[in-house]
Design a protein around this ligand. Structure first.
Ligand code: GDP
Length: 362
């Protein structure tokens, strides 16, 4: 899938960079270009991709400090400049545009939904969002921001590909220590997905096509990506269980949204050397995936790569019914309620001394 990446905010810019570097390193050429947009000048300065600084008249390059309403406002007021820069990157060969953001912050959380909305008006290709959910140890503000951004992105984007920041970190690391490691994992996994339909080697009937990715995401709403790999034998007959266990681990332990298995549609991509891939194993894994997701729309295909391992990528479309997504929305709702009560308390404290006969001492 030939894609233009647009990172909004700090996390968005870093992840867009990591994805475009992975794509170049692997020689996939599925990333056409990558652009980073932010309200904070310093966050943009270290990025090697093209950048656009927005909101200079409102926040003078200092960022929006976690205020996602301001993030949305600033994106709206500078939208002409942003769309102008993007139009020079989005060529006729683009098959999708992916807007990437951390949903818990300000610039990306507020700016990404506004940008997706504008892009949908102008371009015919699918506009996807790649949104990062805050980890469990991040505070109330992050949960509220992410809840509101997620709700709007799921409505605006052709699909919101979701990643829980707790999902792909190495164990023992706090979220902030592990950003680089997480970003590398995001780059490798989503990078493989974007490249999956671009295979030029060993093209055969079973090779996955970009249209399979697009069709899996067509149900809209929220989607997730799972990934796992296992060492493979030379003889495909010995790899039935290798394929099965890669698929099982991709869904059950390697998902970007852990615990999300109910889905409207699914795509199983098996990456590996064509001569090692067991057809029996692929069939078995597909049937298993149908049972696990409760979906009748399970697509599949191979991604030929030179490797002594076999990897499974599982893309799930329409995971809104999943427990994990519902749990997060519930937490965000609760956090929004707490935040409103806090704000009300502050107003009540202020009004305690309004129009008062009691005069301050000085
Ligand atoms: P913004 O610049 O105002 O859009 O804010 P951020 O991009 O820093 O968004 C904050 C959210 O993104 C928080 O939930 C962070 O945990 C997360 N985040 C920040 N930087 C990174 C990063 O490099 N990688 C990942 N995966 N998440 C990040």
């Amino acid at each position: 899938m030939k894609t233009v990446l647009v990172g909004v905010g700090q996390a968005g810019g870093k992840i867009a960079t990591a994805l475009s570097e992975f794509d170049a390193q692997m020689g996939f050429n599925s990333v056409i270009d990558a652009v980073a947009i932010n309200t904070a000048k310093t966050d943009l300065s270290s990025l090697p991709i093209e950048t656009v600084l927005i909101g200079q008249s409102q926040v003078s390059g200092h960022g929006v400090g976690g205020d996602n309403e301001l993030g949305a406002e600033v994106m709206q007021s500078d939208i002409q400049e942003v769309m102008g820069t993007l139009s020079s990157k989005i060529h006729a060969n683009a098959e999708s545009i992916v807007v990437i953001a951390g949903l818990g912050g300000g610039s990306g959380s507020g700016g990404a939904p506004v940008l997706v909305h504008e892009l949908k008006k102008v371009y015919d290709v699918p506009i996807y969002a790649l949104g990062v959910l805050p980890g469990k140890d991040e505070g109330t503000m992050y949960a509220v921001n992410a809840g509101r951004s997620l709700k709007t992105l799921a409505r605006e984007a052709d699909s919101l590909m979701l990643l829980d920041n707790d999902a792909w970190k190495a164990s023992g690391e706090s979220v902030s220590e592990g950003y680089n490691a997480i970003n590398k994992n995001i780059a490798r996994r989503f990078g493989l997905l974007f490249a999956a339909g671009e295979a030029t080697e060993g093209v055969g009937e079973s090779v996955v096509d970009t249209s399979e990715v697009i069709n899996t995401l067509r149900s809209g709403g929220i989607s997730a990506l799972g990934y796992a790999s296992s060492p493979a034998a030379e003889d495909p007959a010995e790899n039935i269980n290798v394929v099965m266990s890669a698929a099982r681990n991709a869904l059950l332990t390697g998902s970007s949204v852990p615990g999300a298995t109910d889905a409207d549609s699914a795509l199983l991509v098996i990456a590996g050397e064509p001569k090692r891939i067991s057809r029996k194993g692929v069939e078995k894994a597909r049937r298993w995936l149908e049972d696990e997701t409760g979906s009748m729309q399970v697509r599949g295909g191979d991604f030929p790569v030179k490797s002594d391992r076999i990897a499974a990528l599982i893309l799930l479309g329409g995971i809104e019914r999943s427990n994990r997504v519902n749990q997060f929305i519930e937490r965000a709702r609760q956090a929004a309620k707490e935040q409103k009560e806090e704000d009300k308390k502050k107003v009540d404290q202020k009004s305690l001394f309004q129009n008062d006969e009691l005069e301050n001492l000085f």
